[in-house]
Design a binder for this molecule. Structure first.
Ligand SMILES: [Cu+2]
Length: 182
């Protein structure tokens, strides 16, 4: 009897442990996935601006795909020397019209980022975006990144993990309100 009792005690302990882990995971899911703007440090970031819902307002947004095979240079285009990773590689957006860009990692071979480079008019960084079946080392289940450009200019960006992955976002001022240089 005592053996059975200790077995069921252990079973109860395991269930309790699983429940606690589940609660922790749920809190983590809420903090980092459901409410990414409220980071664990309490700092708000500019990476998920409020007010732009690309699902309900797709015309406000431009989609960029991180293509399958981007983690291996040239693999997507046998025989070419063209560097690649983002599709379209170069996009042009207009402030107030379609200046929210959504990157989605569709690569089944690697996780990636979309990260601005020094000299850009403003900075952005997706952080690690999960690949399809390829979670980031500290994955929170995020494979898309949305950023709204509010400063006109040309942005060169890259993947922090793969130097050959580069892209360009050309941001134009809204027509009739050219940016002043004075
Ligand atoms: Cu990459």
């Amino acid at each position: 009897m005592s053996a059975m009792s200790s077995t069921s005690t252990a079973a109860v302990g395991a269930v309790v442990a699983i429940l606690i882990l589940g609660a922790v995971a749920s809190i983590g899911y809420y903090q980092f996935v459901v409410a990414p703007a409220e980071t664990a440090t309490g700092a708000t970031t500019a990476t998920t601006p409020a007010g732009v819902d690309c699902i309900t307002s797709p015309s406000s947004c431009v989609n960029v795909t991180i293509i399958n095979g981007a983690g291996t240079p040239y693999s997507g285009y046998p025989g070419t020397t063209t560097l690649f990773g983002y599709s379209p590689t170069t996009i042009t957006v207009v402030i107030g019209v379609n200046n929210t860009v959504v990157w989605t990692n569709e690569d089944t071979t690697a996780f990636h980022t979309a990260t601005s480079l020094a000299g850009d008019p403003a900075s952005f960084d997706s952080g690690c975006l999960d690949g399809v079946g390829v979670p980031c080392p500290s994955s929170t289940g995020v494979s898309t990144f949305q950023y709204t450009f509010t400063v006109a200019g040309t942005y060169n960006y890259h993947c922090s993990f793969h130097a050959w992955m580069t892209g360009v976002v050309i941001v134009k001022a809204a027509s009739g309100s050219q940016a002043s240089t004075s």
